[in-house]
Design a protein around this ligand. Structure first.
Ligand SMILES: NC(=O)c1ccc[n+]([C@@H]2O[C@H](COP(=O)([O-])OP(=O)(O)OC[C@H]3O[C@@H](n4cnc5c(N)ncnc54)[C@H](OP(=O)(O)O)[C@@H]3O)[C@@H](O)[C@H]2O)c1
Length: 297
């Protein structure tokens, strides 16, 4: 692989279909070694590698997406989270406005991650406030299954994801409340998760991952908000985190990461990370699994 700049070299337009093809192959369970589409090579030691000459943008995009492409084979749960935050650590204003914390480059990146993952997961507050579509309309590629984590069954049936039929939608709640949820949004849009609601009322995210895996949804993109991404990290259910920081100060807004208090700096989580520029934003690609290797059961 050589890094050069002339614009005659293949770029992102040529690379992106290859990334989609790799994701589709991994989804179908073809692995070790996969039928890597030319000009991509695969080895057990190094994962996927681009061959030949590409422009700088394509090389950087491949570098950024490589951990998602190199994820474990189908059948093993794997999750990447994202938060787009301000310089002062907020993902939205106090009232919940988050349109937009980040620049347009980051929005395209989110749609790419949706296209490469089996399902996109958001918390009930994000679903209620943003009324998002959670599709891949900014890039070519398949829509993920849309999963709304709503243990308290507070989401209304009028949300776009329940009505637009652009992609499958699943309201995830405890199996004990699945019938109630089905009355609201239809049985085909409910995922009743056995053991989701724990004694303290919080959601058991390993139970959620196991239920999604049983439906063939092993690769999750946890898109927000702050509470949901934080709970995934706290329960050891997030492998990677894309944390992008925008040059904006929100002030007393909705916080991003909200994790238990640390006592000493030596005990704090220091995940290995790489830094990418995304327009005016800075994206940290953080390897959470390397920072807490013992967490996955
Ligand atoms: N900048 C960004 O990248 C970004 C991305 C997404 C969203 N947002 C913004 O973030 C805001 C919402 O974020 P948020 O942090 O307030 O909330 P959130 O993470 O969207 O949703 C939190 C809610 O989801 C349910 N939930 C999630 N994990 C749970 C668990 N482990 N156990 C039990 N319940 C769980 C709970 O619902 P109940 O309270 O009903 O029990 C919880 O209150 C919105 O303003 C949205 O616009 C920003």
């Amino acid at each position: 692989m050589m890094r050069t700049s002339p614009s005659t070299l293949p770029g992102i337009d040529a690379l992106w279909p290859l990334c989609l093809e790799i994701a589709a192959q991994r989804r179908s369970g073809r692995t070790a070694p996969p039928d890597a589409p030319s000009p991509v090579a695969w080895s057990a030691a190094r994962g996927f590698a681009l061959q030949g000459l590409w422009d700088d943008e394509a090389l950087e995009l491949f570098d950024l997406l490589k951990p998602v492409l190199d994820r474990p084979p189908a059948g093993t749960p794997w999750a990447i989270g994202q938060l787009g935050q301000s310089l002062d650590g907020c993902v939205a204003t106090h009232g919940g406005d988050s349109n937009y914390v980040n620049g347009p480059e980051m929005l395209v990146h989110l749609h790419r991650l949706r296209a490469l993952c089996d399902a996109v997961v958001v918390g009930a507050a994000t679903a209620a406030i943003d009324n998002p579509q959670l599709t891949t309309r900014r890039v070519p590629g398949p829509h993920p299954v849309r999963v709304l984590l709503d243990p308290a069954l507070r989401l209304p049936a009028i949300l776009r994801v329940f009505c637009d039929r652009q992609a499958p939608t699943l309201l995830a709640c405890d199996a004990g409340r699945a019938a109630e949820a089905a009355q609201r949004v239809g049985a085909d849009q409910v995922l009743g998760v056995p053991g989701l609601t724990r004694a303290d009322g919080s959601a058991d995210l390993r139970a959620l991952q196991a239920a999604l895996l049983r439906r063939g949804l092993g690769v999750l993109f946890v898109e927000g908000g702050g509470v949901t991404v934080s709970r995934f990290i706290e329960q050891g259910c997030l492998d990677r985190l894309h944390l992008s920081i925008a040059p904006v100060i929100i002030g007393a807004g909705r916080p991003g990461l909200q994790l238990p208090r640390s006592t000493a700096m030596r005990d704090c989580l220091r995940p290995p990370g790489r830094v990418f520029r995304m327009g005016a934003d800075v994206l940290w690609d953080l390897d959470l699994r390397a920072a807490m290797p013992g967490q996955r059961a």
